[in-house]
Design a protein around this ligand. Structure first.
Ligand SMILES: Nc1nc2c(ncn2[C@@H]2O[C@H](COP(=O)(O)OP(=O)(O)OP(=O)(O)O)[C@@H](O)[C@H]2O)c(=O)[nH]1
Ligand SMILES: [Mg+2]
Length: 301
């Protein structure tokens, strides 16, 4: 039997409320940090592809921003990006954080998939089961099934620990159309090195800063070069408010230094070469509410 006749390929959108672990799951499957992860909600702002290829299938995962309500233009765009990805995908993964009580926003999101507007097959993934006592899992699975009885499967996983991720991959592959691979087998993301560099810096800003500052911060790569010694990257961290600048820089520039060092180390690991990373802070009042600026940053949804 010729295996190429049975090869499956398609797109799987990873959808859910912020912070449920969508990006962690994608990174786990791809085996590399293609999407940044932080303990803060609204970390992912773009649609990010992570491509898994094995002998039987190619699954093009589409990581999306968490679905939430907000008046801010940036946030509304993020949610639009998530729904657009859902509409285009072959299969939908609807993810929830099983370690937290099933709140109203989560249950109405789950229920929303049952209304049949999106026709693709969908799977519910209950994540972070490493934090859930065994007795808590069955009722949660039953409740999810009650809210959306028409899904193809309901799978508990731990994206963080990797538990049950293979079982999820098997279920997903079976739902994909028989089709040849779209990407070469060694491709694992659609992001350029510039985009990855900007995201790795933004991850460190998210980790280092508190309150509203990370959510009002973006990263723009201003220069990017590569030679036999490695890469040389210059990036501006945009802040939306003058008073955030000294907070980001820190006493004697210590916080910026820490952000730069950590982002550089991450990028050196990812790219496998020396990286010279230079950062500075640029104030752009309310950039996150300006349509033109959001478009420049690729955040126009
Ligand atoms: N204990 C545990 N923590 C997890 C697991 N999966 C993700 N996390 C943590 O949950 C937090 C959020 O993870 P992300 O992958 O950034 O979540 P997300 O859904 O992509 O979030 P947004 O991009 O904001 O929508 C991080 O601190 C992760 O380390 C898991 O299986 N177990
Ligand atoms: Mg994410």
């Amino acid at each position: 039997m010729n295996d190429s006749l049975n090869f499956r390929c398609g797109t799987v959108a990873l959808l859910g409320r912020p912070n449920v672990g969508k990006s962690t799951l994608m990174n786990r499957i791809i085996g590399s940090k293609v999407a940044i992860v932080t303990p803060k909600p609204q970390t992912t702002r773009h649609r990010i592809l992570g491509i898994h290829t094995d002998e039987q299938c190619q699954i093009v995962f589409v990581d999306t921003p968490g679905i939430h309500k907000s008046d801010k233009r940036l946030n509304r765009n993020m949610v639009r990006i998530a729904w657009a990805a859902a509409e285009e995908a072959d299969v939908l993964v609807v993810m929830q954080d099983a370690s937290k009580a099933l709140d109203r926003a989560t249950s109405s999101l789950i229920q929303g998939f049952a209304d049949g507007r999106l026709k693709q097959p969908r799977l519910h993934v209950l994540n972070k089961v490493d934090l859930v006592p065994k007795a808590g899992l069955l009722p949660r699975l039953a409740e999810t099934q009650r809210l959306d009885p028409g899904a193809a499967a309901y799978i508990p996983v731990s994206a963080g620990k990797g538990t049950q991720v293979d079982a999820l991959l098997k279920e997903l592959a079976a739902l994909l159309p028989v089709a040849p691979a779209i990407y070469a087998p060694d491709w694992y993301t659609d992001q350029s090195q510039r985009q990855l560099a900007a995201e790795y810096v933004r991850e460190q800003v998210f980790l280092a800063m508190q309150q509203e500052i990370p959510f009002q911060t973006a990263v723009e790569i201003e220069a990017f070069g590569e030679d036999e010694h490695g890469m040389s990257i210059e990036a501006a961290i945009l802040v939306g408010n003058e008073r955030h600048k000294p907070m980001l820089i820190g006493k004697q520039g210590e916080r910026m230094k820490m952000i730069g060092t950590r982002a550089r180390k991450g990028l050196e690991g990812l790219f496998g070469c020396r990286v010279d990373l230079r950062l500075w802070v640029k104030v752009q009042p309310d950039w996150f509410d300006h349509p033109g600026r959001l478009q420049d940053l690729g955040l126009d949804g």
